[in-house]
Design a protein around this ligand. Structure first.
Ligand code: ADP
Ligand code: MG
Length: 207
């Protein structure tokens, strides 16, 4: 089964709703070990994507991801803006001329996560969004044909975001705190989990 870009508006709306609903918690997380702007950064990007959602749904996936990446790069700001931009532009390159199936998306997602690792010079265990993105990429590429794939991804994302609580930040603003970053979930890991779960909810919701 392949998914069309006509679903993009629905997916963006679901992400907007989740970020809105969790704005206070996310802001508190970024205030604790960062500078508190993560939600406003995300919301600026989401507003720009919402304004483009009609146009995006007319494009193929590769062109849509490319446009989303450029938009996020220029609208989000902060450390996260260039990382989200990098992620979507890498997705775009890796789905070119291909139907959007689970397998193709899984492989493209893995490569996009690799691109984020390179861009941010970071890896697993450094208390960033990568602590959610890496395990989700692994999950997406394992046993793709089982009916519980979406449930497994959601669970992996939730547990991975939670696991950042005990980590010492070695990248991003939180790294300045060193050991004092222990005890707080990373805001970017939490928002990545919420975004991934919101996309799955929208994909599985009865239309
Ligand atoms: P800023 O840190 O510039 O204020 P945001 O608040 O929007 O930007 O985003 C912060 C999030 O970005 C962090 O919680 C972390 O998950 C992620 N992040 C920061 N630096 C890196 C990096 N080098 N690699 C991956 N993710 C990072
Ligand atoms: Mg911040």
């Amino acid at each position: 089964m392949s998914i069309s870009t006509a679903t993009i508006s629905k997916l963006i709306a679901s992400v907007v709703e989740t970020i809105e609903k969790n704005a206070t918690e996310l802001t508190e997380l970024d205030q604790a070990i960062g500078d508190g702007d993560h939600v406003s950064n995300l919301q600026r990007g989401l507003q720009a994507l919402t304004a483009q959602s009609e146009t995006l749904s007319q494009l193929d996936w590769s062109a849509a991801f490319q446009k989303m990446g450029m938009t996020l790069m220029s609208s989000v700001g902060g450390a996260s803006g260039s990382l989200y931009g990098t992620f979507f532009i890498a997705l775009s390159k890796n789905v070119q001329n291909l139907p959007m199936t689970r397998i193709i998306f899984g492989e493209a997602f893995l490569k996009a996560v690799e691109a984020v690792k390179q861009r941010g010079k970071a890896d697993k265990g450094e208390k960033t969004m990568l602590d959610v993105l890496i395990p989700v990429a692994d999950c997406l590429n394992k046993d793709t044909n089982t009916p519980d794939l979406f449930e497994r991804i959601k669970k992996t994302a939730e547990e991975s975001a939670e696991s950042t609580k005990e980590m010492i930040a070695t990248k991003g603003r939180a790294a300045f705190l060193g050991e004092r970053s222990i005890g707080h979930i990373d805001a970017g890991a939490k928002s990545s989990q919420l975004i991934i779960c919101a996309i799955i909810e929208a994909l599985t919701a009865p239309s």
